[in-house]
Design a protein around this ligand. Structure first.
Ligand code: FES
Ligand code: FES
Length: 158
């Protein structure tokens, strides 16, 4: 059984006819060629597949398309076109937080979600804010420092 699902994707109205149980992660990658949203665990545990849904961070491997009807989805491809997204991404690059890069789209989404609710977070706030996102490469110190750098450079953006 398929159903038409309409939603806003990175600022544009889109629609797709698919099984409402198809995962948002698969729709983003297979139907919209948005490969910045990664799959690692596939079980909601690692954050690699994070996007913003109506401004809140979600793991797309756990979200069926039926739950996306009428929602606003922002992926890393949309976020990177915004000043806020650019500020976070540049801070991650300058702060040395990126090694293999696989976790970074999800980390940037988590950083945006955190800064939107807490523009000047403490180290503990940042560690809590990214606690749903796993990095297998860097350890977390450089990521925490990079989020702090983004908050400092982006004062007034959030
Ligand atoms: S792939 Fe979705 S949380 Fe890990
Ligand atoms: S930079 Fe490689 S998993 Fe985080």
């Amino acid at each position: 059984m398929t159903r038409e699902i309409r939603f806003i994707l990175n600022g544009e109205e889109v629609s797709i006819t698919c099984d409402p149980l198809k995962r948002l992660l698969d729709v983003l990658r297979e139907d919209f060629d948005l490969f910045g949203t990664k799959e690692a665990c596939g079980e909601g545990e690692c954050g690699a597949c994070s996007v913003l849904k109506d401004g809140k961070i979600i793991t797309t491997c756990m979200v069926p398309m039926g739950a996306v009807q009428g929602c606003e989805i922002m992926t890393i491809e949309g976020l990177r076109e915004t000043l806020r997204g650019k500020t976070i991404i540049e801070a991650f690059a300058d702060g040395g937080a990126v090694q293999c890069g696989f976790c970074i789209p999800g980390m940037v989404i988590a950083a945006e979600s955190l800064l939107a609710s807490n523009p000047q977070p403490t180290d503990d706030d940042i560690r809590l804010g990214i606690s749903g996102n796993l990095c297998r490469c860097t350890g977390y110190d450089l990521i925490v420092e990079s989020v702090k750098l983004a908050a400092k450079r982006g004062k007034g953006l959030w």
